[in-house]
Design a protein around this ligand. Sequence first.
Ligand SMILES: NC(=O)c1ccc[n+]([C@@H]2O[C@H](COP(=O)([O-])OP(=O)(O)OC[C@H]3O[C@@H](n4cnc5c(N)ncnc54)[C@H](O)[C@@H]3O)[C@@H](O)[C@H]2O)c1
Length: 362
Amino acid sequence: MPAPLIAVLPGDGIGPEVVRAAVDVLRTVRPDCEYVPCEVGAGPLLASGKALPEETRAICERASAILFGAVGGLQFDGKPLEERPEWALLSMRREFELYANVRPVQVFPGLEHASSLKPDLVAGLDLIVLRELTGGVYYGQHRYERAPKRHAFDELKYDEDEVRRIARFGFELAANRRKKLTSVDKLNVIATSRLWREIVDEVAGEFPDVSVEHILVDAAAMHLVREPKRFDVIVTENMFGDILSDEAAMLTGSLGNLPSASIGTKTTPHGKFGLYEPISGTAPDIAGKGIANPTAAILSAALLCRYSLSDSESAARIERAVAHAFEDGVRTADIAGTGRPVSTAEFAAAVRASLGEAPIGV
Ligand SMILES: NC(=O)c1ccc[n+]([C@@H]2O[C@H](COP(=O)([O-])OP(=O)(O)OC[C@H]3O[C@@H](n4cnc5c(N)ncnc54)[C@H](O)[C@@H]3O)[C@@H](O)[C@H]2O)c1
């Protein structure tokens, strides 16, 4: 079998900094993989008019997995989506049908005090936000018109197959955890939520061991900060998932802590094909300073091992090494509080040291 090919797409802002840290760690546990750097985002968009160059797309097509940083730039604010760097990411999600976006929210021991909530509310927190990723308002039609007066229109649609497959994914996740699925919608206002709830209830029949509850998105936002440990797996549509997972990230202390896996129907000889990325953006306020928290990118690399390389052992090794670094008090500026912060590269070196390797690139 050929070595797994990992397409590495650092992108813009802090993307290259955190992806470099993640690749350093990933290479340590999986030196056998072929790592191919590819351009994406604002760089190629400004140079050639394409945020996702054809060459990058072709390498991703052949890859077992994509390790992604972030894309975007302030100079694109106000432009239509198709002319922004983010279009590259939306195109890849759609083209590779990466419909299931898994966002584990975990508070590592020692980080309880970094959370914006009281430590006892988040100690030991372990939930997953499962976000539908290829449907909903992100992929509907968008119009902004100036006459006869300024008005705008966004289309939100789902069909039953799209809801069924993400619901099943959610039940399967929950079945292997604490067996509780929370489905989040806005049944009292929007039609897609009526469909969503109906289909989730139908799929529930296939998973008698998993309990299911339905809550409205506004209530979900409230429960997340009131009693986050009541959740096991939250499944929800694209935009609600986007918003709730940023809220959930702050329970762990920083947007820079939360990894994600985007998975679809495609498989390779090594496992499920997927795209792995931090949930945050390009963080222009700290980009280029070498201080970004690379935890989300490193934990995304662990998810890559688990899903796309069918290698749970390496995934667990990376996760344990991150936990050890935190136990040793190693913290980047966003979660250091009054302690001495380390740089992005120093954090990666500490994780590699926990893996039993000498630091590189510091
Ligand atoms: N998946 C993606 O590529 C993606 C996702 C969201 C936003 N964006 C783009 O990113 C750009 C910036 O967006 P934004 O500022 O709203 O959100 P952001 O997630 O980039 O940053 C929000 C805040 O979180 C902090 N932060 C984020 N990641 C961090 C990390 N790893 N370590 C420490 N602090 C971190 C930032 O410093 C900032 O204060 C925009 O152009 C946006 O469109 C891209």
